[in-house]
Design a protein around this ligand. Structure first.
Ligand code: ZN
Length: 399
C-alpha cells in the first residue's frame, strides 16, 4: 500500500468516537490517541506543536515571509451513528463496477450508490461492514499531514506559512470550543472536512432552537367536558400551526425549516424541542416570529393553559464574514481555476466548525476530502479523489 494510504488507514484504525453524553473535554479521552500520534509525527518532521489543556493540537510550519498565514483544520473524532471500534479498512484495487461485499451481511452496490460508477477502474477503501470508516474526518487529517510532509521533504518548494489545528468533538458540535484564534495565528483558513473535491463550501445555516413547555388543565376524563385542556393536543395544535412546508423532509438548497426533534409529556404537561434553520437571517427571524405569534394565538384561545416558549440562537451563516473578508474564498477559487477545476459553491445544510472560526476572526470555508457516505458503514474513500485533494491543498498553501 502506498504511504499516503497507509497513513489514512493507520488513522482510521484508531478509535476516536466522540460522546454526546459526556461533559469532559475532549468528550472521550481516546480521541487523544490520534491527537498524540499527530503531535509525535509533526515533531518528528521538525514542526513546533502543542496539545493544549482542551485537547486541541496547534502546530506551525514556517514559510515565505510576508505571505498570509494559511490555516488548515480537521477533526480527529468520528461520528456516533455506527461503531468506530476495530475499524478494518479494505482496499478495493481497480474497482470493477459491481457489488462490493463488505461482509456476510452488508454489500454496497452502484444501484444504491450511483456515484460508485465514477470510480470504475480506480481504487477505493471501504469498511468491513460492521463499523464506519472514519474518512470523516481522518481523510482531512491525512490530507493535511501529507501536505505538511511534502513541504518538509521538499524545502526547495516555496509555500505560505501554515498553521495547523486538529480538534476533537466536531461530531457533537463542540469542535470550536476553546478556539484560540491568536494561538492558531492564521490570516484565514480552510476546514478539510467535506466530500466532493470540486466544492468550496462558504455558506452554512443560521441556527436557533425553540423549547416549548405547555401546561394544560387536568381533570378526570369523566367530568372533563368544557374544562380539560390537554397539553398533548395543544402541542399538536402548535405544531400544525407552523408553516407545513418548512420541514426538513420537504426542503433542500437554500430553503429553511423548523424541525420537531422531540415531543414528550402527558395530558397535563408536555414539551417540544425544535431546531430552526435558514441560510437567510431575515427569513430565520420570520420563522422565529411565527413561533411567538402561534404562542400568543393559543394563549388567547386557551387562557387557562400555560405556554412557555424559549428561543435561543445557536450559530450563524459564515457567508456574512466572507462578504467583508473574501480572501479565503477568492484564493481557493483562484487555485481551483489554476488547476483546471470548476469550483462549485453550495450552501451547507448544517453547521460547520469553520463558521465559529470565521466569526472569531479567522475566515474559514470548507473543502472536500474525497471520502463519501459519511457516518455509516457504507462510508468509503475514493483514492483518486483523496489524492486530488492532497494536490489541491498543496496548491492552496504554495507560494
Ligand atoms: Zn466531519
Amino acid at each position: 500500500m502506498d504511504k499516503d494510504l497507509e497513513r489514512f488507514v493507520e488513522y482510521c484504525k484508531i478509535d476516536t468516537q466522540s460522546n454526546d453524553t459526556s461533559d469532559a473535554t475532549p468528550s472521550e479521552a481516546k480521541e487523544l490517541n490520534l491527537t498524540k500520534l499527530l503531535y509525535k509525527q509533526l515533531k518528528e518532521m521538525g514542526l513546533e506543536a502543542e496539545i493544549d489543556q482542551y485537547g486541541r493540537l496547534y502546530s506551525k510550519l514556517p514559510g515565505e515571509k510576508g505571505l498570509d498565514v494559511i490555516g488548515l483544520n480537521s477533526h480527529v473524532d468520528t461520528a456516533l451513528e455506527v461503531s468506530g471500534k476495530n475499524v478494518k479498512p479494505q482496499l478495493i484495487s481497480s474497482y470493477e463496477g459491481g457489488v462490493i461485499k463488505l461482509n456476510d451481511e452488508y454489500s454496497m452496490s452502484p444501484s444504491d450508490f450511483p456515484r460508485l460508477k465514477n470510480y470504475i477502474g480506480s481504487d477505493l477503501i471501504v469498511t468491513s461492514g460492521d463499523t464506519l470508516l472514519g474518512g470523516d474526518d481522518k481523510a482531512g487529517v491525512s490530507i493535511i499531514m501529507e501536505v505538511i510532509s511534502y513541504y518538509v521533504s521538499h524545502p526547495e518548494e516555496k509555500h505560505h506559512p501554515i498553521a495547523i489545528l486538529f480538534t476533537p468533538d466536531e461530531e457533537i458540535g463542540r469542535g470550536p470550543e476553546h478556539f484560540d484564534a491568536k494561538k492558531f495565528g492564521a490570516d484565514y483558513a480552510y476546514t478539510v472536512d467535506g466530500a466532493d473535491v470540486d466544492m468550496i463550501e462558504d455558506e452554512n445555516f443560521n441556527a436557533a432552537h425553540a423549547d416549548i413547555v405547555i401546561e394544560g388543565v387536568s381533570i378526570h376524563p369523566g367530568e372533563a367536558k368544557g374544562k380539560m385542556i390537554n397539553a398533548l393536543r395543544l402541542c399538536n395544535e402548535f405544531d400544525a400551526s407552523l408553516d407545513p412546508d418548512a420541514k426538513p423532509e420537504y426542503t433542500s438548497g437554500r430553503e429553511g425549516f423548523n424541525h420537531l426533534m422531540a415531543m414528550n409529556g402527558t395530558a397535563e404537561k408536555a414539551s417540544m424541542h425544535y431546531i430552526i434553520r435558514n441560510h437567510d437571517m431575515d427569513l430565520l427571524q420570520k420563522q422565529k416570529d411565527e413561533f411567538v405569534s402561534i404562542k400568543h394565538r393559543l394563549e388567547a384561545k386557551y387562557p387557562k393553559a400555560k405556554i412557555n416558549l424559549d428561543i435561543v440562537d445557536d450559530y450563524k451563516n459564515m457567508h456574512e464574514v466572507f462578504l467583508k473578508d473574501p480572501r479565503a474564498v477568492e484564493h481557493a477559487d483562484e487555485v481551483f481555476a489554476s488547476l483546471g477545476i470548476t469550483a462549485r459553491h453550495e450552501p451547507i445544510r448544517g453547521g460547520t466548525d469553520g463558521a465559529t472560526f470565521s466569526f472569531n476572526g479567522c475566515p474559514t470555508p470548507n473543502l472536500g476530502t474525497g471520502s463519501y457516505n459519511h457516518h455509516g458503514r457504507f462510508e468509503y474513500l475514493s483514492v483518486k479523489d483523496y489524492r486530488k485533494m492532497i494536490e489541491i491543498v498543496k496548491a492552496i498553501v504554495k507560494a
